[in-house]
Design a protein around this ligand. Sequence first.
Ligand code: C2E
Ligand code: MG
Ligand code: MG
Length: 686
Amino acid sequence: MGLSTHSGDGGARRRLLAPPSLLDGFVGAVSLLGAAGFLVAMVGTAWPPATHVVVWPVVFLAVAALVGEVKPLPITRDDEPVETMSTSGPFVLALVAVGGVGIAVLIQALASLTDDLLHRRSVTKSAFNTAQYTLSVLAARMVFSWLTGIPFFAGPLTVELQHLGPLLAAGVAMVLVNRLLVAVVVAIVTSQSVWTTVRDDARFVTATHVVLLCIGAVAAIVAGDGVAVLFLLIPPVIAVYLTAAAAVRHAHQASHDPLTGLGNRDRLSRGLDSLHAVAQRTHAGGPGLVLIDLDHFKDINDTLGHPVGDLLLQQVAERLSTALDDEDLVHRLGGDEFAVIVDGDLVETQLVAHALLASLEAPMRIGELELLVRASAGVACAPHHGADTETLMKNADIALYQAKLERDRISTYSALFDVNTVERLQLLADLRAALDTGQLGVAFQPQVDLATRQTVGVEALIRWEHPTRGPVAPDDFIPLAENSGLIAELTAYVLDTALRALAGWREEGHDLRMAVNLSARHLSDLALPRQVHDALTRHHIPPGALVLEVTETGILADPARVDVVIAALRRLGVAIAVDDYGTGHASLSYLKRLEVDELKVDRSFVSDMGRDHHDFIIVRSTIALARDLGLRVIAEGIEDEGTALTLRGLGCGVGQGYHLGRPTTPELIQVRMDDERRVTTTPGSP
Ligand code: C2E
Ligand code: MG
Ligand code: MG
């Protein structure tokens, strides 16, 4: 009744770290002892065995033992279908009593050798298997003889009811010797204690052993009644098989993703757990974890439909499994996220990450379609990046996020990555939801002619009212949106909302400019001019009424493309303003070449110019330079009347700031302009 040593033992037992001498010594000793035992059994037995016991029951038991050996029972361990268990045991046990020790040892050895031959196991392995089975059978017979008083080498026996107790005891001895010998090998290989191995084992196989032992005992007793009665044992054995198969199926379902057949998150953490345990005992590096996320999978799903998305995920799963040559290590965590366990150190983990991404490079064929899939990977490896599974997963996630952020494709976790990353990840997820659920809004801040104090324009500023955090500042989420690709959607939303509001005011007869902020990324998007043109047409707004604000960093990010995009926008008739001027590195000559229309002096110089002489000088010379270059100047961040007056004195045409008007709703802008019109059209007003 052996659980053979060849059973799959899960990831944790994959590496052979044991001192070879110890393992070889033990295997050699068992093999020798087994061979000696085999000889003794053969020599001690009187051949051919007496014929007063019918031959056919012995033949039946022998065949059953053989079938049981080559057709082992699948068993699950920790919900993992990892092992098989031979069912030769009950029939060999019956043979121990019915046929005598010689027949039992011979049949068991034949069964074991046949199985080893079928599986092409090495001679050493096969020798060990046969030896440990032989020793188990000898132990069983010893117990049986001792308890019944029947001589050890006695021939065939008609088993009576009074032999039942000794037979069961013999069965227990057989299982114990077998398990113990296997456990020692496993313990040496995995550097675990023998006791831990035996205990782990007992948890999963005891129940099955009890059932098989009982079948063995019944087989021994009914063998005396002829072979026909023995056939009645076939259904219960088949039932054991079916139950075991169902349990394995169930275990597989619970730990695997139905779409791709890969392991799921549960299986991943169990796999990592066991590798962690081994690594800790052996002080080896690892395990490593590679998280992979497909870029733009949502777009594929949305535009081509979920069936295509599913097929694509299946192909990705296949590519990743093939790249590793071991699908057991690849997992799907849900959506387009995959995880791969690496039983190695950091360098190996990084190599695997490269190999995995490389495997996705060739286009994927789905029916008529050829799709190019890009992916990013985050790498983390124990012990540097986390000594337990949870930390490792978290840090691989952070690395993945960083990979997406930096468009680096592969990023290895570093403690330097923003400690707030997890929070930012959450915020990004929330922002995605916010776009769909109307948590976003746009506020408008007046831009005022400093001479007449008339509102000549407004700047559209995005607002986010988070359901639990309350208002979130644009500076906190715009960079997230920029790095995640969400910015395109966000800008489209702001542009549309702003132009709709402007159309409303224009209907009321208020003619003013609308400023909309563009993120740096947009300036290299060749589709932007078209998008702006469409939005203007949709809301019937003349292009001259729109000002697009860009920052110096945006302009310098990808100068060649930015030139093209800005030129196209200006051809549309849209004005370009340089926002936060003075905080970046753009030279005025560069701005001149770009032919921007407007310069917004950054509020960091303006707010304090009344107190800080340096700021004052910077603002004064910027206004002078801009005017000489023929640019419109707007001063941002005017917080008091003194500053407004000073700026006007310096020749700055337009101002913006809390003193002149805070960002507010379109309705209040409407009221403000109605009021201004009333004042200017009232007879007697200046
Ligand atoms: P910005 O374009 O320079 O916008 C002006 C910012 O200064 C706004 O902050 C505004 O509320 C604030 N502000 C206005 N007057 C004063 C003042 O007198 N004193 C002080 N201390 N602050 C004043 P907000 O709304 O928090 O926006 C911050 C930045 O976020 C904006 O700077 C802009 O770069 C970005 N942003 C806002 N909305 C959008 C958008 O729709 N798209 C993009 N890409 N960026 C946006
Ligand atoms: Mg701005
Ligand atoms: Mg600004």
